[in-house]
Design a protein around this ligand. Structure first.
Ligand code: AP5
Length: 191
């Protein structure tokens, strides 16, 4: 298996770049943001619980997200590998993911970290909010709260995997195509 974490702050292009990467490498996309939004659309108890946190720009509690990821991975036993997008986001999620993968006899191969400046992130997310209907994109205060959560809790994910020399930084500003070319180079060198 080849397991990749596409890492970066909100709006850094994780979802956008995931599409090309999964198509080229046959990986299973696992976006916790997409899974949570699907739970909200279907008005499940998990979705109703998550919505309060997401609307405030806060992280959903670890136990909710970890259980959802475990279920998703078990539902895809034939996967050649996973592209994790928006997960893990805390040290507790890293530890849980490492244990889940170890149980399957595999591990994280690389963490590709997209680097984008804060004002560019806000500009991108407000731009998407104008048309997407994503409630957490329409309000600049909530967007900045998401970025603050990233600094407070999620940068620890890079620290966790840096101790195993698994983190590669990639410039996340420029055209979608040029950023993908840089990501592809790093993946092709390892897959
Ligand atoms: P999630 O859905 O993961 O959102 P996010 O991390 O805030 O990231 P985005 O999807 O907004 O950004 P992205 O990096 O994927 O960028 P994208 O490609 O979309 O999480 C939402 C919420 O769910 C969280 O706040 C939290 O509450 C909860 N949650 C999710 N996972 C969780 C977890 N593990 N634990 C706890 N809570 C969790 O691009 C953004 C925009 O920029 C798009 O409009 C795109 O077209 C544009 N764009 C992309 N690339 C470029 C480029 N190169 N140049 C110009 N524009 C670009």
């Amino acid at each position: 298996m080849f397991n990749l974490i596409l890492f970066g702050p909100p709006g850094s292009g994780k979802g956008t770049q995931s599409e090309n990467i999964i198509a080229a490498n046959g990986l299973q996309h696992l976006s916790t943001g997409n899974l949570l939004r699907s739970e909200i659309t279907h008005q499940t108890p998990l979705g109703l619980k998550a919505k309060t946190f997401m609307d405030a720009g806060q992280l959903v509690p670890d136990e909710v997200v970890i259980g959802m990821v475990d279920n998703f991975m078990n539902a895809h036993p034939q996967a050649k590998g996973f592209l994790f997008d928006g997960f893990p986001r805390t040290t507790a999620q890293c530890i849980a993911l490492d244990a889940l993968l170890q149980h399957k006899g595999t591990e994280i191969n690389v963490v590709l970290a997209l680097e984008v400046g804060e004002e560019e992130l806000v500009k991108r997310l407000l731009g998407r909010g104008a048309t997407s209907g994503r409630s957490d994109d329409t309000n600049e205060t909530i967007i900045r709260a998401r970025i603050q959560e990233y600094h407070d809790k999620t940068t620890a994910v890079a620290t966790h995997y840096a101790q195993y020399n698994k983190v590669i930084s990639v410039k996340g500003e420029g055209t979608v195509e040029s950023i993908y070319a840089d990501l592809k180079k790093e993946i092709d060198a390892r897959i």
